[in-house]
Ligand binder design. Structure first.
Ligand SMILES: [Zn+2]
Length: 257
């Protein structure tokens, strides 16, 4: 069984398509799919999916750095996070790409959500672009009290070891499947096996075989195969390690393994 550790089946692009997507995932042996909210409307859509497909969908709730401006309904967010099926706080993070301003607001919202995660002993699912310095500076004081995954990790070798030392997992998306994605390949080659996760981030990141809008959770297998090739391992071993890591991080009960 594979686990897709970060997806957006709650995206309007999947409206009306989820049952068929889940059937293809089941056939491909993707047994658990983490669905992460990212803005206010997606909170309720995520909860609805988790209620409709409780065996497969593991929901997480959070406000993504692209959507923190104008978001004030933290009490609503906390109430979603207290639902018993919720497994993590996310998608949260920092994006200091030039097109995203409001850096102070991003930091404030991120810190607030990390604090909540720490107090309620939930892992975090982090989006980070061009902000690894700031991310590390914020997370360092939480060492030992917070964990989680950095999704579609783009920090390169230096940041890899620092975040692994802080207790974080790194998650690989379709980005690693591209033949010329050398930075991702280097990280995939050296990341400790007990820190690696798989994700599609569908419908946002293309794989070598599929355009972004057509990526589904079943494409985690293409990602696993690429990492296995880079590391000269069997896909089945990559499956075993990444699934074990995911179930451990998200505290999915043993009987579901
Ligand atoms: Zn995402």
């Amino acid at each position: 069984m594979f686990v897709d550790c970060h997806s957006h089946l709650n995206d309007p692009a999947f409206d009306g398509k989820v049952p068929a997507v889940l059937e293809r995932s089941r056939v491909a042996d993707v047994g658990k799919i983490v669905v992460s909210a990212y803005d206010y409307p997606s909170l309720a859509r995520t909860a609805a999916l988790a209620s409709a497909f409780p065996e497969v969908i593991l929901p997480t709730y959070g406000i993504h750095p692209w959507f923190v401006e104008g978001f004030h309904d933290y009490e609503d967010l906390w109430s979603f996070l207290q639902r018993k099926e919720c497994i993590a706080v996310g998608e949260i993070g920092l994006d200091f790409s030039p097109e995203f301003v409001h850096r102070d607001l991003q930091v404030e919202s991120f810190t607030r959500q990390v604090d909540w995660a720490k107090d309620h002993r939930l892992p975090v699912i982090i989006h980070c672009r061009k902000a690894y310095d700031e991310l590390y500076r914020i997370l360092l004081p939480y060492e030992g009290r917070i964990g989680g995954l950095i999704h579609s990790f783009s920090g390169g070798e230096n940041w890899l070891s620092r975040f692994v030392d802080l207790g974080f997992y790194v998650s690989f998306s379709g980005s690693v499947t591209r033949p010329n994605a050398r930075k991702y390949h280097r990280v995939a080659r050296i990341a400790p096996l007990d820190c690696i996760l798989l994700e599609t981030d569908c419908p946002s990141i293309a794989t070598e075989s599929t355009v972004a809008s057509e990526v589904e959770p079943r494409h985690v297998i293409e990602i696993a195969a690429k990492i296995a090739e880079i590391r000269n391992m069997q896909v089945g071993d990559m499956e075993r390690h990444t699934t074990e890591n995911a179930l451990t991080l998200f505290k999915v009960p043993q009987e579901d393994k």
